[in-house]
Each structure stands twice: as C-alpha cells, then as structure tokens.
Design a protein around this ligand. Structure first.
Ligand SMILES: *Cc1c(COP(=O)(O)O)cnc(C)c1O
Length: 373
C-alpha cells in the first residue's frame, strides 16, 4: 500500500472518479505528470520572485497572444486582481486602502445575465456593480447610459450555458473603449478549445482570466491573467509577493513553473487527437445506454455549451426509474464515489471524459447502470 493510500485510509477519505469535467469540488483536474516532475524540482530552488514573475509574464503574453501575463491563484484570485488593477492601478496609496474604494473610480458595469457567484471576487476589492439589461438580454443604449466618472471597467463573462442574447464582447469593447474604459473578462472554464486562449484579446479585451487547473491540467490552484501590459503591471503590484490585498492570493514559485510547463504543452498538443479520445470514451458510454427505454443518449460537442465531447444521458418523460439528481447521489455512494453533473439541464446527466482514464470508463458505466435500478 502506498503512503497516500495509508493516509487516506487513516483519514477516511475515499478515492473517486470524476466524470464531472474539471469541477473544483471533485478535485479539479488530474495534474500532468511532466508538471508534477518540474514542480518537485522547482520547489527547492530559491530565487527572486519578481524576476520569475516578470519573465513568466512575458512568456504568458506570447502564449496567449497578448502583451503580458501573470500567474494568479486560480481564476478567482485573478478576478480579485482584475478589480484591484482597474480601481487602484499601481498607486500604493490607493492599493493600501482597498477594499475601501471611497472617492476612487470603483464602478464595474456588468450585464445582468453575466452576474455569477464568482463576481464576489470583484466586490471583495471594493467594486460596486452597475447592472444593465435583464437576466437574458441587454441593449447597446443600456451600456451607453451606464458610464459615469466613477466607471472603472466593464466586466464580461464567458461560461457554458449562458444567455446567447447578451451584448457581444466585440460590441462591449467598442463602446467601452470609446469612453476610455477597459473591459475585463472571466473565461475561467473556456479551455479547451485552445483558440479561446487568444480569442478574447482579438475582440479587444483588456484583461482575461483563464483557470490553470481546469482543461489545461496545470496546478489546481493557478490561473492565467493576460492582457494589456499596463494593467497586468498594476495587477502584479497588488499581488503577492507584494503586501497589498492580493497577498491573500499568493502563488508559489513551483506553481508558476508548473503552470508555464502545462500551458506550453497544452498549446502544442493536437486538439483533434484529444477530441478523438474524448469522443471515443463518450461514445462508449452512449453505446452502453442507447437501448435503455426512456433515455436519450448522445455525444454532444458544440464549442459553446459543450466545449469538448461529452456523453449526454437525457431522461425523457417515458423514464420510469429514479430522477437524475437521485442517480447522481447514488453514484457517490460506496468505496469508489463517481462524480458526474447535471448542470446544463436537471434531467440530463453529463459524462465528461476529460479526467477519466481508459480503464475507468467501464467502472463508471457499471455504476451508472446499478444506480438506475
Ligand atoms: C471555475 C470558475 C472560476 C474559478 O476558477 P478557479 O480557477 O477555480 O479559481 C471563476 N469563474 C468561472 C466562470 C469559473 O467557471
């Protein structure tokens, strides 16, 4: 027995299988082995963190098709720094006062359909939201009318399952820039596809955050902030190792090295080969349930709500067994919990193969079958 198995047994923690994509609650993603290796090496090399962060920022700029980058503590830590940067800049007198933003430009305009749980990270830096549009759509005039002399930025969210009727990023950038206001983007879970690494910069976004521990399979605690050099410099001024608000979201030297390695390998991989593998695993699950009455099983992949190939098990009105939510519960029972989700539709179980090894697919199929009885 490995010492990890011994420890988990002592703690009473079960080892599971995550077919829930890159959900942080189930462990995020499996770290790339080559990343684990370089992190071990980097963990005992002492150096100047400014030197490392500045060099890493240059490489991140190249890899994301933007001017500069910064490794952050997850996307959540990156959102905090986006807000710090647009509100306080790199002015130490302002930076030291955060999250007290009285008298500063502290308003962030956001479409109501883009409000989400993580936007608390913006508010944690003292940002005040100016909400526009309704929960679904937003008009250009509503954005035009929302600017004031206290506007710090316009926030923009990309995430599967969002309204397709929000103002486009291109339009938002065009209007915001005409007022001299930056646009900050949360695209945490939008990789792969790899094209999304540079896509939002091409639309004109000033700062973009992507998670390092989701589809890239870098260190779970990392994020990639990329964009305009002046704003990245301001974000970094607010961040660890400096002693301002971002210090609460510290990133370790080995995490920076791990993220650079993961991202470099991620961008150089063949996405078609990867998708072929995801599709095969997904098809295997679909085939196992294609004859089940009351169940519509299909592989889905549309680059919008299903960013990589997954299997969708949709329970129709003819389904007579337990509800999808009950099945999700049952899957998590026993010695090997299996994690799936129904986040897109309550009656649709998603099998996402991104973190499922070849030999785990049959284990998942067997347990889904048992959980349906
Ligand atoms: C996952 C996610 C985050 C948080 O990302 P972490 O890297 O886990 O901090 C923020 N925003 C969105 C839209 C996300 O999907």
């Amino acid at each position: 027995m490995s010492s990890l198995d011994e420890l988990y047994e002592k703690l009473g923690v079960r080892k599971g299988i995550s077919a829930a994509g890159t959900a942080t609650i189930y462990g995020g993603s499996k770290l790339r082995p080559e990343v684990t290796q370089i992190m071990i090496e980097a963990s005992t090399v002492m150096l100047d963190m400014d030197e490392l962060n500045i060099a890493a920022g240059k490489m991140l700029g190249e890899l994301t098709g933007s001017e500069y980058g910064l490794v952050t503590s997850g996307s959540a830590g990156g959102l905090l720094l986006q807000a710090c940067a647009v509100i306080a800049g790199d002015d130490p007198a302002k930076m030291a006062r955060l999250p007290d933003t009285e008298g500063m430009k502290n308003e962030i305009i956001i479409q109501r359909s883009h409000r989400f749980a993580y936007d608390q990270c913006y508010r944690a830096a003292g940002a005040k939201f100016v909400e526009i549009g309704d929960g679904k759509r937003c008009h250009e005039w509503q954005l035009e009318a929302a600017f004031s002399d206290k506007t710090a930025a316009v926030a923009y969210l990309f995430s599967p399952g969002l309204s397709k009727m929000a103002l486009s990023l291109d339009k938002v950038c065009e209007i915001a820039h005409s007022k001299g206001v930056p646009v900050i983007v949360d695209a945490a879970s939008m990789l792969p596809p790899r094209e999304n690494l540079s896509k939002y910069h091409k639309s004109g976004a000033d700062l973009v955050i992507h998670s390092g521990g989701k589809g890239i399979r870098g260190p779970q605690g990392t994020g990639i902030l990329s964009g305009k050099k002046e704003l990245i410099k301001a974000a970094y001024a607010n961040a660890a190792p400096h002693q301002f608000l971002g210090r609460s979201a510290k990133v370790a030297k080995e995490e920076i090295v791990g993220l650079l390695t993961a991202l470099n390998n991620f961008v150089n991989e063949d996405e078609q080969v990867e998708n072929f593998d995801f599709r095969n695993k997904s098809q295997k699950v679909v085939d196992a349930f294609s004859e089940t009455p009351g169940l519509d099983a299909a592989v889905k992949h549309d680059n919008v709500d299903y960013l990589t190939p997954v299997s969708s098990l949709y329970f129709t009105d003819e389904w007579e067994g337990p509800k999808a939510g009950e099945i999700l519960q049952r899957l998590q029972e026993g010695n090997t919990p299996i994690f799936m989700h129904n986040l897109i539709h309550p009656d649709e179980l998603i099998f996402d193969p991104l973190n499922v090894d070849d030999d785990e697919v049959d284990v998942v199929i067997k347990k889904i079958r048992e959980s349906m009885d």
